[in-house]
Design a protein around this ligand. Structure first.
Ligand SMILES: NC(=O)c1ccc[n+]([C@@H]2O[C@H](COP(=O)([O-])OP(=O)(O)OC[C@H]3O[C@@H](n4cnc5c(N)ncnc54)[C@H](OP(=O)(O)O)[C@@H]3O)[C@@H](O)[C@H]2O)c1
Length: 253
């Protein structure tokens, strides 16, 4: 049994990851920012006992530290951190360089970097120091994105925040290996979460499914299965990896 903190687990990929760990007997701290009902629903669906719910804005450095402290208190320690919480692309935060004014450009860049990068950075600090202080091994898995490699023309801050997250994870893989802590990332392509459901209708849905030669988009469960593997002791040698999960829709060299 491991103690696992999954950020952004009120729905979507975070919820699927929380379920996957609980189904193999681990105890999970279900983290959320604003959707307390969603987090409670995730918690209710988890098999097994000893799970917890923790709240907080990961974009606030003090908030990130508090999330770690509360998860440690609730679970009795943390062995695995999954940095999943993020501000994902949406109609509200589109920031094409040719369309938005400068204040809007700055606002969205700041928000995406603070949450998607600094959130993971500060949580990683807290969990790494907790593991080192305990003399325990552990794993950290970051949820990155294909957009880091393929480009995000209308959401450049999102693509850049995810590229930085992959690079941060690789630096941490080197820094933390002497302490027995493995750090890796996954880079999913389009995943059919609740948030993405409207995109999957009509012609936009057809185009998204056609991106992969499998003729479909990914599922949250497929991402969760990869996270489960990367967080396992058997995957220590994959530390530093950035694993593509995109159905061969984008092959980087
Ligand atoms: N779905 C995709 O197609 C796809 C593709 C590639 C990568 N990803 C990555 O996979 C991860 C999950 O994606 P998803 O589609 O499941 O996302 P989602 O449905 O939008 O869920 C995002 C989660 O992050 C939390 N969150 C947002 N801002 C936060 C903040 N400031 N502090 C703390 N938590 C915050 C949300 O909490 P509340 O709901 O409580 O506010 C929610 O639980 C993200 O890192 C995303 O970038 C997704």
């Amino acid at each position: 049994m491991r103690r696992v903190l999954v950020t952004g687990a009120s729905r979507g990929i975070g919820r699927a990851v929380a379920l996957a760990f609980a189904e193999r007997g681990d105890r999970v701290a279900v983290h959320y920012a604003t959707d307390s009902a969603g987090a409670a629903d995730t918690r209710r669906r988890l098999p097994g006992a000893g799970h917890a719910v923790v709240a907080g804005d990961v974009g606030d450095p003090d908030g990130a530290q508090r999330i770690v402290t509360e998860a440690v208190a609730a679970l009795g320690g943390i062995d695995v951190l999954v940095n999943n919480a993020a501000v994902a692309p949406s109609a509200d935060n589109r920031h094409s360089v040719t369309e938005v004014d400068f204040p809007e450009w700055r606002r969205i860049w700041q928000q995406m970097v603070e949450v998607n990068l600094f959130g993971a950075v500060h949580l990683t600090y807290g969990v790494a120091r907790h593991l080192i202080d305990r003399g325990a091994s552990g794993s950290i898995v970051n949820i990155g994105s294909r957009g880091a490699f393929r480009g995000e023309p209308d959401f450049s801050a999102y693509g850049a925040s995810k590229a930085a997250l992959h690079a941060f994870g690789q630096s941490m893989a080197v820094a933390l290996a002497p302490h027995g802590i493995a750090v890796s990332s996954v880079a999913p392509g389009f995943v059919g979460t609740e948030r993405q459901a409207p995109e999957l209708t009509g012609t936009s849905g057809e185009a998204l499914r056609a991106e992969s030669p499998f003729g479909r988009v990914g599922t949250p469960e497929e991402v969760a299965a990869a996270v489960l593997y990367l967080a396992s002791p058997e995957a220590a040698w994959a530390s530093g990896a950035v694993l593509d999960l995109n159905g061969a829709s984008y092959l980087r060299t």
